[in-house]
Ligand binder design. Structure first.
Ligand SMILES: NC(=O)c1ccc[n+]([C@@H]2O[C@H](COP(=O)([O-])OP(=O)(O)OC[C@H]3O[C@@H](n4cnc5c(N)ncnc54)[C@H](O)[C@@H]3O)[C@@H](O)[C@H]2O)c1
Ligand SMILES: [Zn+2]
Length: 367
């Protein structure tokens, strides 16, 4: 298998860049559709449309219903075709961006990601995570093409609720452990090859950046402030984590996340919050030493990230529920098989139980 690295064509990040989106998009097409849910349209719709029009581009918006489901993708793709648009701009969280990517696959043309929360590493990837209308994980859809442009306004990111930012940090922390597992197993990354040195090291840089800046960055976002740390962590959550997971590879943490989505009780927890429980479980599964696992749990607590099953809505889960999660996590298509040893469902069930106990014990120290 060849070493493969892929990425979006360009990435622009800065305070106030939403007002200049037209100048970055004008080489990509002429008729733009902005896809975003009601909250995000109210927040940035006028600014984005004004900037596109000022650059001489046609611009209109379409309201996203909130779920990256097949039926929603079909509905939006039909509307984009009807408008004759050749640029789809997705704005919002991971689900809006994943829907915009899927729509572009149907309609052709250019695709722009404009995350308005730094909550996941979805903005840069060439894949969508598809859910049922009821919100259960269904599958990954992979695309030949990446977004043509990823544009991140740090003032918008810093103004959004800090919970999203923390969730993006969790998603970014997982990236390193998963990329490293993939490297150790000589496994396959998400772009159809084995990891390049670049993919692996970008995942590591993501982790280093988060360990060095995340706590102060969260302080900033809690104040709606854009600081150097907020900027560094926005880049880590978005660009470094995105390139790191796709070209570095995914492993157990995201499979466990996908397993957790099978249980309704976890649906109120964000992607990153569930991923954090997945990371702690991955570390237990890998047999990391006590100090290493506890260090991760302590760092999570310092960021108010979940460390127990109850933190993500699973109070007193039954063994049958944990087996549902573990079975789904061990599906033959899952990335958990990038761990450098054979992983079975009972191993994941037991690692989930143990990680939960570690989280409870470490939290009790702070009570
Ligand atoms: N494709 C990928 O590579 C990839 C990677 C990671 C995660 N994901 C997917 O991303 C999804 C999770 O994304 P998410 O955690 O961003 O949640 P989300 O997309 O479900 O929701 C984001 C929410 O934030 C709100 N919002 C957006 N910007 C805001 C702002 N500035 N201020 C206030 N509210 C704002 C939106 O209205 C929405 O309710 C999952 O479906 C996950 O599977 C995909
Ligand atoms: Zn993720």
């Amino acid at each position: 298998m060849s070493h493969v690295f892929k990425s979006p064509a360009s990435y622009v990040q800065g305070r106030g860049v939403a007002d200049a989106i037209g100048t970055h998009v004008d080489s990509l097409g002429s008729e733009c559709v902005l896809l975003a849910d009601k909250v995000v349209l109210d927040l940035v719709g006028d600014r984005v449309l004004d900037s596109l029009e000022a650059a001489g581009l046609g611009a209109r918006s379409l309201e996203f219903n909130g779920e990256a489901s097949e039926s929603e993708i079909e509905r939006i793709a039909a509307a984009v075709d009807e408008h004759g648009a050749d640029v789809v701009i997705g704005a919002g969280g991971g689900k809006a961006l994943d829907t915009a990517k899927a729509v572009r696959k149907e309609t052709g043309g250019a695709m722009v990601s404009m995350p308005t929360v730094a909550s996941t590493d979805a903005p840069t990837s060439a894949l969508s995570v598809i859910y049922s209308e009821a919100g259960e994980f269904q599958s990954y859809w992979f695309y030949e093409r990446h977004p043509d442009l990823v544009l991140v306004d740090t003032a918008i990111i810093a103004d959004a609720p800090a919970r999203f930012f923390r969730s993006g940090i969790a998603d970014g922390l997982a990236t390193w452990f998963e990329a490293d597992a993939t490297r150790r197993s000589a496994g396959e990354n998400v772009v159809g090859g084995t990891p390049t040195r670049a993919g692996h090291r970008l995942a590591e840089l993501c982790y280093e950046t988060l360990r060095e800046h995340a706590i102060t960055a969260v302080d900033g976002v809690e104040q709606g402030a854009v600081t150097e740390s907020v900027s560094a962590v926005t880049e880590a959550n978005t660009l470094l984590s995105g390139l790191g997971f796709e070209s570095g590879g995914l492993a157990a943490a995201h499979s466990i996340h996908n397993g957790l989505t099978q249980l309704d009780a976890t649906h109120h927890a964000t992607h990153g919050e569930k991923v954090n429980v997945g990371t702690l479980t991955q570390l237990v599964l890998e047999g990391r030493d006590d100090a290493f696992i506890e260090d991760y749990a302590e760092f999570s607590l310092a960021l108010s990230l979940p460390v127990t099953l109850s933190d993500i809505g699973l109070d007193d889960p039954t063994t049958a529920q944990l087996e549902t999660v573990a079975n789904a996590a061990c599906d033959p298509e899952e990335t958990i098989h990038n761990e450098p040893f054979e992983v079975t469902s009972p191993m994941v069930r037991d690692a989930l139980k143990t990680a939960d106990r570690v989280g409870q014990r470490v939290r009790a120290r702070h009570a």
